[in-house]
Design a protein around this ligand. Structure first.
Ligand code: DI6
Ligand code: FE
Length: 411
């Protein structure tokens, strides 16, 4: 007997290569021990539902998708940047604020001043907002501590989120996010600290699943990024990169040479960068919240990536400065409206490709036998509705590792 069986369902399996959305109508989905054990047409069930599972739930024609995956967030941080938002509305730019010691560095001050418990308490409502929309996996980056201990505290806080809530947390060490004030004018010396001390400390405590960097004219250059990536390889961690967000630095091609899981932002991605990413299989993580909030005008070259065969994910980039967003559904709408991604690409971008961007494609991101039973069940008539609405949440229920964890099903 399986633990549970969902019947009367329509499945958007998000398996690629077949019908749109990998859709199966008149479907059923069986769950045992936290995994999917059956996923297909109800006619193909090996017996009567009551004989197959201890719990049978009729989903009454609702659509089931993979649990959503938010593959790029900075949602652990101290303070907020609402005052900076007002300054930007008066004309100050994002880059100017950082150069003047604000921006990311103001969040670094507030994060260093917070302790672990406070960071967790501040992050939980953001995690819960994402979970309320069917998100079952969230990536969380460090990068607002920038000294050894503060980076470790951020990542411990991120890990704790996954202990306090039924959600899978993937952590990323982003020591090379900004140059901390104590290293002003000594960027190479700071990268020494990242490579020789911070990253090994983080790895020794098992605090990071991947390593990221911010390669940009207001952050770190190609050589510095290359050093961070080589050290990550020595320590056995996969890499990803904030690349070509504000200018074309050639970061995507560098990251691709290192076999990066993903390159993120990419508003200024070149033909060469896209070709390199296609070769390496790196996922392009689209962050329309940051594009919108910074009032960017350079749309990432979606069509170029499509033609090159670069997989595309969509994420919130949840952070206090450039994307204070906690709605992945809104990001899907923005990916469609602002970037002209199709609703199917947007949903693949928050499921299959987002899981791939975290190196989890073998375990999550599609509805397939053997994968984690992470599901979202929606009150919708067609999957495109997930990208279509603005500020409406049609989640009926979310299931994570076989347990109901959100939506009206959980109440
Ligand atoms: N790019 C981003 O979008 C975030 N970090 C980065 O390198 C924003 C970080 C912030 O402004 O606090
Ligand atoms: Fe980011």
């Amino acid at each position: 007997m399986w633990d549970s069986l969902l019947i009367g369902a329509r499945l958007a399996t998000m398996k690629s290569g077949g019908v749109p959305y990998g859709a199966i109508e008149d479907a059923a989905l069986g769950i045992d021990d936290g995994r999917i054990v059956f996923c297909g047409a109800a006619d193909d069930l090996p017996g009567a539902p009551q004989d197959l599972a201890r719990k049978v739930h009729d989903t009454e024609g609702r659509w089931i998708t993979p649990g959503l995956v938010d593959c790029h967030t900075h949602l652990v941080y101290g303070g907020d940047r609402a005052a900076e938002f007002e300054m930007r509305l008066e004309g100050a730019t994002y880059a100017e604020l950082l150069k003047a010691g604000g921006g990311i560095l103001s969040t670094v001050r507030d994060t260093r001043a917070a302790d672990l418990d406070l960071l967790v308490a501040r992050a939980l409502p953001r995690v819960d907002a994402l979970r309320a929309e069917g998100v079952t996996t969230i990536e969380v980056k460090s990068g607002y501590g920038l000294d050894i201990e503060s980076e470790c505290i951020m990542l411990r806080a991120a890990r704790r989120l996954g202990e306090q809530r039924p959600v899978t947390i993937a952590t990323t060490f982003l020591g090379a996010h900004a140059l901390p004030p104590e290293f002003d004018g000594r960027a190479d010396a700071y990268i020494d600290l990242v490579c020789d001390q911070s990253m090994p400390a983080v790895v020794a405590e098992g605090l990071a699943d991947a390593v990221d960097a911010f390669c940009e004219n207001i952050a770190f250059d190609l050589d510095q990024t290359d050093r961070v990536f080589r050290r990550a390889a020595e320590l056995g961690l996969p890499v990803k990169l904030h690349a070509e967000q504000l200018s074309d630095m050639g970061g995507a091609a560098l990251a691709a040479r290192h076999g990066a899981l993903s390159c993120d932002h990419l508003e200024f991605l070149s033909d060469e960068g896209a070709a390199a990413m296609a070769t390496s299989g790196s996922v392009a993580v689209m962050l329309p919240g940051a594009f919108y909030f910074l009032r960017d005008t350079n749309v990432p070259p979606i069509d170029l990536m499509r033609r090159a065969g670069v997989p595309m994910a969509v994420s919130t980039d949840c952070n206090p400065g450039s994307s204070p967003a906690t709605s992945l559904l809104l990001m899907m709408n923005m990916a469609a409206t602002l970037f002209r991604m199709t609703p199917e690409e947007a949903l693949a971008g928050t499921t299959r490709e987002a899981a791939r961007a975290l190196g989890m494609a073998d375990r999550r991101g599609t509805l397939e036998v053997g994968k984690a039973a992470d599901l979202a069940i929606w009150d919708i008539e067609r999957p495109a509705e997930l990208s279509y609405r603005i500020g409406f949440n049609p989640l009926h229920g979310a299931i994570r590792a076989g347990e109901v964890v959100a939506g009206s099903m959980a109440r």
